[in-house]
Design a protein around this ligand. Structure first.
Ligand SMILES: [Zn+2]
Length: 633
């Protein structure tokens, strides 16, 4: 296992290096992650490369037996490069100022030229260095709105993107329905990149703009991956560190992951300004999403230890809480973990990103906690690389996510809340869940969940139909299947369109519910529940009704239906109802639900079981914020 630390030796007096490296070794660390933001040191003038500082650092690291992950330094760039025209991205008000990070345009030829030269020089320089074992590309692609640019390069590239896709403007006009409001084009040169407008843009055009932004970022990362592969040593691997919240982004991380040997994740369950951390299931969801990007175990390149924030500082992880989050990550498939960072910086924008060592340069509680993790994890060493084979898959599709972003439809709608709602119902029973993109092979799964999947095309519908025939359980959220890949509503079909027969229902009318508004639901036994966010008014054809709306104006409509093993949830349901439903589904598929107290997560892996009490109080016999490991063999 790589036991790592994020180390920024360029931030400190070089005289500290021996003291720092000795400390790392004494903590049990065997790898340092370096270089990712230091472009200005490596190329202080255009074309003048100087890697001597990092030569010294790596030489020292080797003396202490440490290996190295080296970051291509392209997430921040030198002032001389920012001064060149057409490098800085434009959010619609002219170029942003150099001085933060990731202010470059993915489609800038000037930026790409200098990135390619830098990456080539850097990788060639260390290709034969045995201590450098992996290359991290850039940093947190698309984070902090850095995927949004409407500069002239992007305008040009967006028109090229549309032309390559549609070939002729007539085809584009027709597929996007641009006759509406009279927006038909006679040339691709007339298409304006979406900045601001009155009311809103055509939803098909916007979906293509979001795809274009994803493609631009993927192309940028892939280019670096290809260059690194061309020049790197055989012993070196290629990766990228993804930020949290991947399902709230426009960039399809699973497309970025295709060019990587393995995926890295920066795990911050709480960040500056947040009052409280994410819930256990929200943190777990992010970890399962990251594992699903390649369907492989992953590395955590930044594991939070101290309080974090650029301008605001929020919640301070309680003693043992960061340890617990580290173990939780291991349980969900992390097999290498690095802590962020060696020491909080006394200068610069991240003064309040507390690392392990304090600003007083003394060891402290956080150091003790990290050391304990690196020691305790040894007992799991022989199991950490064993694969995870889950029987539940939750599907996502970035076209669908973007479609909801363009038209949320209900003021109460939040994609992540709906996605988490159907994740949490199974996480509640301590059963492993994969989160994977649409298009993957589903044959290993017994339960397939599609939260608010409003875009369902023929390919997906047919794949799901074959799963149905194989006896699998499929769960659809509300608004399923209403749209096609062009972000248009299926014409001539009754909702839920291509899956209506499979679900055994038709949906006759719909309503968006305002925030904090409930609709009343009742089951056969007279139990009442509250639905929120949305109402699909369902008429079963062959399905059984599990819940109906209690409504004097629209009497008799179903809210939740079951057609053999196909479930349709026509509203946002409360957790007490969903947890019971999940239990029944698991038992029906002969999967074993495991009960635990609130806030206690049990993870079963090949070779070990992990029980995590996420609560700040005793639960069952488990003390607050503790991890209990049970090695099976
Ligand atoms: Zn641009």
């Amino acid at each position: 296992m790589d036991k790592g630390i994020d180390y920024y030796p360029e931030h400190w007096n070089y005289n500290l290096i021996d003291e720092d490296l000795q400390r790392f070794v004494s903590w049990g660390i065997n790898l340092i992650r370096i270089g990712e933001f230091a472009w200005c040191m490596m190329e202080s003038e255009p074309g003048s490369y100087d890697f001597s500082f990092f030569d010294q650092v790596i030489s020292k690291a080797k003396q202490y037996g440490l290996r190295v992950m080296f970051g291509t330094p392209t997430a921040t760039f030198p002032a001389w490069l920012a001064a060149k025209p057409g490098v800085l991205l434009d959010h619609g008000h002219g170029p942003v100022s150099h001085g933060g990070r990731r202010e470059y345009c993915y489609n800038s030829p000037t930026y790409q030229y200098h990135v390619c030269n830098m990456v080539t020089a850097l990788v060639k320089h260390y290709a034969l260095e045995p201590a450098v074992v992996s290359w991290q590309i850039d940093n947190e692609v698309g984070h902090e709105s850095s995927d949004y640019c409407v500069c002239d390069h992007c305008q040009r590239a967006f028109r090229d993107f549309l032309q390559a896709k549609y070939q002729s403007v007539d085809v584009m006009n027709q597929r996007m329905g641009l006759i509406f409001w009279g927006h038909e084009y006679t040339s691709f040169e007339q298409v304006m990149i979406p900045k601001t407008t009155i009311t809103c843009f055509n939803p098909s055009l916007m979906l293509d703009f979001y795809r274009f932004r994803s493609v631009s970022a993927v192309r940028y990362i892939n280019k670096q991956a290809q260059l690194i592969r061309e020049y790197k040593g055989d012993h070196q691997s290629v990766t990228h560190d993804f930020e949290g919240g991947g399902l709230t982004k426009l960039i399809d991380f699973s497309e970025v992951a295709k060019e990587l040997d393995f995926v890295c994740y920066n795990n911050y369950p709480v960040w500056g300004g947040l009052d409280v951390p994410g819930s256990p299931s929200e943190i777990a969801l992010q970890l399962d999403y990251i594992r699903g990007l390649k369907g492989q175990l992953f590395t955590i390149t930044e594991q939070l230890m101290g309080a974090q924030g650029h301008t605001m500082i929020g919640y301070l992880p309680r003693p043992n809480q960061a340890y617990l989050w580290s173990m939780q990550a291991i349980g969900h498939g992390c097999n290498n973990l690095y802590y962020f960072r060696e020491r909080g910086m006394d200068k610069g924008q991240e003064q309040f990103c507390y690392g392990l060592i304090g600003h007083d340069n003394q060891d402290n509680r956080r150091v003790t906690e990290a050391k304990r993790f690196f020691k305790d994890i040894d007992q799991l060493q022989s199991y950490l690389d064993r694969p995870i084979n889950n029987k539940i898959a939750i599907l996502y599709d970035y076209d669908n996510i973007s479609s909801w972003r363009i038209q949320p439809q209900s003021k109460a709608f939040n994609f992540m809340e709906e996605f988490h709602r159907l994740y949490a119902m199974f996480h509640h029973w301590n059963i492993g869940i994969d989160i994977i993109p649409v298009g993957r092979d589903l044959s290993q799964y017994q339960i397939i969940v599609l939260p608010v999947m409003q875009i369902i095309d023929n390919t997906l519908a047919q794949q799901l139909e074959s799963m149905r025939q194989a006896g699998k359980t499929i769960i659809f959220g509300f608004r399923s299947g209403i749209k096609n890949q062009d972000n248009n509503i299926h014409f001539g079909l009754t909702n839920p369109c291509l899956i209506a027969e499979m679900c055994g229902i038709t949906i006759e009318e719909v309503e968006a519910l305002p925030p904090h508004t409930n609709c009343t639901l009742v089951d056969d036994e007279g139990n009442h529940y509250d639905g929120q966010v949305w109402r699909d008014l369902i008429r079963p054809t062959t399905a059984t009704s599990l819940l109906t709306y209690q409504d004097e104006f629209f009497p008799g409509y179903s809210a939740v239906t079951k057609n053999d093993r196909i479930y349709y949830l026509g509203t946002a349901l409360p957790s007490d109802y969903l947890n019971v439903l999940a239990y029944q589904i698991l038992v029906d598929q002969q999967l074993q639900p495991i009960t635990s107290s609130p806030g206690v997560e049990i993870i079963n892996r090949d070779g070990f079981t992990m029980t995590l009490n996420h609560q700040l109080s005793y639960q069952d016999e488990f003390p607050p914020l503790t991890v209990t490991l049970n090695v099976k063999e």
